[in-house]
Write a protein that binds this ligand. Structure first.
Ligand code: SAM
Length: 244
């Protein structure tokens, strides 16, 4: 695939890419998911088992949409942290919560998913939405999420996946190959960025393989759930009681 950086320059490339599309990201996400992204995020937070008053972490939080879903569940006694390394995505995230009811329960931090600036066992759960395929070392990022979650807490990823139903799979990729460049054209000037989003989704590992990485990170009950026939998938695991 021509639009994928190598492992050494991936972080810089991805950071620049998201800085360049931050302003249009939310609209683009809604268009490309046909408005389903919100319900997928809700389901991911449901799987995180976050409770009212809970302390949640959202890694690769981008414009804060999944962070806000956590905050809705945790309510006014909750405490939610969104972390991302793109300052422009974080700028939009801070803007997005200005009129949000639970804005005071959220903090946004600039940081690296592969080196989380938190103590062991700090959070009740950690989520990551459409983030893992962008990090240079997925196992390291999953390991970090597992480290900062309390024993018994959940680590949950929501990301593009590999549809497995024959015919549907071929039709889906045909639509996808058409839709992402079309959205890229709509926001012209950013063709390279949209080409990256397209190509990184096409080559992203199968959801079962990602569940295997969760298990290798020491998470138990690791499993994946396909949504919309495997267009996206939730991959989750639980930190065992005496892991660290
Ligand atoms: C596709 S966006 C997802 C945004 C958001 N989670 C959502 O639900 O829409 C991916 C985000 O991951 C961030 N990201 C990629 N690699 C990262 C890393 N190593 N550390 C922190 N953030 C990273 C990007 O800056 C971008 O905001």
């Amino acid at each position: 695939m021509p639009n994928l950086p190598n492992k050494d320059n991936k972080a810089k490339y991805v950071q620049e890419t998201f800085n360049s599309i931050a302003k249009n990201y939310d609209l683009m996400n809604t268009l490309m998911s046909l408005g389903l992204d919100k319900s997928w995020r809700r389901l991911a937070v449901d799987r995180s088992e976050l409770k009212a008053g809970g302390k949640g972490l959202d890694v690769c939080c981008g414009t804060g949409m999944l962070t806000m879903e956590q905050a809705r569940v945790a309510g006014s006694a909750g405490s939610i942290t969104g972390l991302d390394f793109s300052e422009k995505m974080l700028e939009v995230a801070r803007q997005n919560i200005v009129n949000f009811h639970f804005k005071d329960t959220i903090r946004f931090i600039q940081g690296d998913a592969m080196d989380l600036p938190f103590e062991n066992n700090e959070f009740d759960c950690a989520t990551v939405g459409w983030g893992l395929r962008n990090v240079p070392d997925i196992a390291k990022a999953v390991g970090e999420m597992a480290r900062v979650v309390k024993p018994g807490g959940k680590v949950v990823s929501l990301d593009m996946a590999q549809p497995m139903i024959p015919v549907f799979r071929e039709l889906y990729w045909l639509c996808f190959n058409w839709a992402v460049p079309a959205v890229g054209k709509l926001f012209s000037g950013n063709k390279k960025a949209y080409a990256y989003l397209h190509d990184s989704a096409r080559v992203f590992m199968h959801q079962k393989e990602l569940a295997g990485i969760f298990a290798k990170a020491g998470l138990v009950e690791a499993r994946c759930t396909n949504l919309c026939g495997g267009v996206v998938a939730i991959v989750e695991g639980r930190k065992p009681a005496a892991h660290y």
